[in-house]
Ligand binder design. Structure first.
Ligand code: ZN
Length: 309
């Protein structure tokens, strides 16, 4: 979602320059929203994604502390209708992969076919929201310069009930900031950020409320670690960006403001659960990164052997 060729002053939300100001590689970001066949796109979903993108752009700028952040393409959100029913993504086998990855590979493949994007696209980071639900245990998230977010994330941003994909039960209401934070976390993975090593190792030094661990649940009250900031400063997708004058607050997204009282209760519940070691991010970053790399190597090898023949 970063396309070259836009000039800074042409676009309301996108200002590029910075790291590569001597070249013409202006980075642009776009959120892509593939819609399964037969699904109607809600106008609110599009506005919510725009608001979330602008909110996160400002948050990253502050968290980096350098005036740098990612840029947004114009239009920021593009909508596509796919040829598949919503249930197809979770139920259609992908050759050579475990069932847990069917949703990831099916949905990203449709997204790439519609947009011309790819994993590790040198010009763009692609964020796909799809109004379809994975099956219980199927992975969504960010890796390989791409993030994929399912129906629950669209619903959460809109203040609609989210459904547990394993039990079918309606989940506790978490407010819109949780879903902006979730996007911020997956966008971090798409930009190349891993989970904090200490957290993955189960060390007591784990920065529990860093964005790349559990901070997405307390967003915007979270932060990038020193290692995250160092990595992003090397990213071609992070540059000096003039932020729009009006940045929407995450609490106002979807018109579903969570009262401060319920936020406090929610935060307390989360902290108590964390204290008991019950909660962990469900994000499957490491598996997605490893399996996507493997799939890309396999398809490159297939192409090479086809050429050799
Ligand atoms: Zn993650």
């Amino acid at each position: 979602m970063f396309r070259p060729s836009y000039r800074t002053d042409d676009l309301q939300y996108c200002i590029a320059a910075g790291r590569r100001e001597d070249s013409h590689e202006y980075a642009q970001g776009t959120y892509r929203l593939p819609v399964p066949a037969g699904v109607r796109v809600q106008g609110d979903y599009i506005q919510n994604l725009r608001d979330a993108a602008v909110n996160l752009q400002a948050w990253y700028s502050t968290a980096l502390g350098t005036g740098e952040t990612f840029t947004l393409a114009s239009p920021t959100v593009a909508v596509y209708q796919t040829e598949h029913e919503a249930s197809w993504y979770a139920t259609t086998p992908v050759v050579g992969t475990d069932q847990s990855l069917w949703f990831w590979f099916n949905a990203t493949a449709d997204g790439f076919a519609l947009t011309g994007g790819s994993f590790y696209d040198p010009d763009d980071i692609w964020i796909f929201y799809i109004d379809a639900a994975p099956a219980c245990g199927q992975a969504t998230g960010g890796a390989a310069s791409v993030a994929l977010l399912p129906a629950n994330d669209l619903r959460g941003l809109a203040g609609e009930p989210t459904i547990n994909t394993c039990t079918g039960a309606v989940e506790a209401y978490q407010g819109p900031c949780r879903w902006v934070g979730g996007l911020g976390h997956e966008l971090g993975h798409a930009l190349g950020l891993p989970h904090p090593a200490a957290c993955e190792a189960g060390s007591p030094d784990c920065p529990t409320y860093a964005l790349m661990w559990f901070g997405y649940t307390t967003y915007p009250n979270t932060y990038l670690t020193t290692a995250d900031r160092a990595l992003l400063e090397q990213s071609a997708f992070i540059s000096d960006v003039k932020l729009p004058s009006k940045v929407p607050s995450c609490t106002s997204i979807g018109g579903s403001e969570l009262s401060s009282a319920s936020t406090a209760v929610l935060a307390m519940t989360q902290r108590t659960a964390l204290g008991r070691g019950e909660l962990r991010p469900t994000c499957a970053y490491r598996m997605l990164a490893a399996t996507t790399q493997a799939a890309l190597h396999a398809s490159t090898a297939t192409r090479r052997s086809a050429v050799a023949r």
